[in-house]
Structure formats: C-alpha cells, structure tokens
Design a protein around this ligand. Sequence first.
Ligand code: ATP
Length: 308
Amino acid sequence: MIQLYIPLNFLGVLYREIKQSLTDLDKMFVLMEKEREVADKPGAAPLGLPPGQATVRFEHVTFGYEPARVILHDVSFEIPAGKTVAVVGPSGSGKSTLARLLYRFYDVQQGHIRIGGQDVRDVTQASVRQAIGIVPQDTVLFNDTVEFNIAYGRPGATRAQVEEAARSARIHAFIESTPRGYQTMVGERGLKLSGGEKQRVAIARTLLKNPPILIFDEATSALDSANERAIQAELKSAAQNKTTLLIAHRLSTVIDAHEILVMEAGRVIERGTHQQLLARGGRYAQMWALQQQSGEGEPASPARVVPA
Ligand code: ATP
C-alpha cells in the first residue's frame, strides 16, 4: 500500500505545483504543453489570420479563477493590428490575467476575446498559441546550448536564422564572447545568464517564431538605466509591426503605446495615450510624477520595488 501511496502522493504534489506555477506568466513557456484548462470545441477550425488582420479585441470581459471571486470586471479594449497597447497598475490588479486569457489558458465567464474577429473559443488552442509569442518576465532556459534555446522558437531553424534573430535581439555579440559561442550550455547546469540576457534570448526566440501577436511581460525588478534602455530598444524592435500587449512595470516603456490602460482591482480606471493621461491629471499622472521623483527606471507598481 505504502509503495503505491508514495508515488501517488508525489503526483499530487507535482500536479499542485504545476497548477500554481501557472499563476506566473514566467512559467508559461515551459508549462504550456502540460495545462489543459480549456478544451477545443468539437470540430474547431484553426485561426485564419490573413497578413495584417491580427487585431485583438477584449469585449466586456469578466473573469474569475474561482466563481466566487471576480478578478476582471467588464474589461474592453482593442489592439489594432501592428499596434501596442500597454497595461499598467499595481500588483494584483489583473494585468497578467489579461495575458493568460489571450493565450487561452482559461476561458472568460462573460464577454468575448477575439483575434482577427474570431472568438478564441471557436478556434483551436494550438492555432491561437501559434499566433502568439510570449516574452516572459523571467525566461526559463533549457539545460541545453544557446543555439537550442533560441531555435526552440522555430523547429528546424538554420544556424544563420538563429544568428540573425540573436543579432536583432542584441545578444549575438555576447554569445560570441563566450568560450563555445552558440554551443555554450546555459540553464541551471550551464552558464548563468543575467535577467536581461535571458530576456534577450527570449526575444531572439520570439523573433525567430515571428508570430503576428506578442505578449511582453516586462521584468519587475529594477534595472540600471543602461540595461533598461537596452531592453527598451530590444522591445521596440521586437514589437515592430506586431500586435503587442505590453504588461509594463516602468512607465518609461509605455510612452509610445497606441493606448495605455490603467488597471486597478480588475477594472480599467483610466485609458488614453501618455499625453492624454498626463493632461487628465489622474492616477497615471500621479504615477508618472512619482516615477520622475524617484528617478528614471523605477517600477510603476510601488509594491514591486526591489530594494537596492
Ligand atoms: P503583478 O503586477 O504582481 O504581476 P498582476 O496585475 O499581473 O500582478 P494578476 O497576476 O493578473 O495580477 O492577478 C490578479 C489577481 O488574480 C490577484 O489577486 C491574484 O491573486 C489572482 N490570481 C492570479 N492567478 C490566480 C490563480 N491561478 N488562481 C486564483 N487566483 C489567481
């Protein structure tokens, strides 16, 4: 009996861990094959997305992980094809939940999420995920070579394509400076990369995948301003012509966004461009003033400030 109990108990613990890990967008990449929270409708067709049609729409979306606790209340916004919409707000306000719903880890309880006019519940999950690239806060790297970690974005990619993606993500020179170049082992048992370097590997991977839609979950930890500028430049090049949902922790990243949503307790409390929101003199303007006082590069959510 005990022989049976131990493995079963272990599986239970493992299952709980996997479920819990899904609360971190960071772990999505590794776990996306394991979670089956939603199922395809019988006979669901793949998402048909002609070039330039990757508009994302949230229409009156209401959602809770558990029925008794509503997390998002009647959230509506549109990301026109090729544009960036940024989401800012305090920790726990529901920013990452928007990303999880777009990637269809969960289904909405009310409202619709549409990509190119198609409700994500009517098409196959695999085709939705194929259309979306995620650059998470803290990329989990495989215990393998740098080349493998980048090429994972597009199975069968050539070395030249991997290098081109690495150049665009501004990580090529760093890779070349390591003793074994693209064959250097990274991950837990290999060369340890900094948060910024790992994020650049994730950007290279996403550039290689070349999806029409991008979810960028900005790292919450305070970076020095040189690093921050580098990451912003990479983000800009990665987001070029892609429909981008940017979850931002530093307001300096969102200035050029087509629209900025300010979230609080699962509701959009303000929206507009950077200039419109400053002129409004509301919560965003307050956050901006605070950031200016505390210096460039401070996170937008005070609860997430990492002590120096
Ligand atoms: P942060 O800036 O800290 O990343 P956020 O604005 O992205 O925060 P979310 O991760 O979207 O916030 O979480 C919104 C709320 O949903 C939080 O109250 C959180 O506790 C809750 N939540 C998140 N994931 C789950 C889950 N898997 N099950 C139950 N509740 C969850």
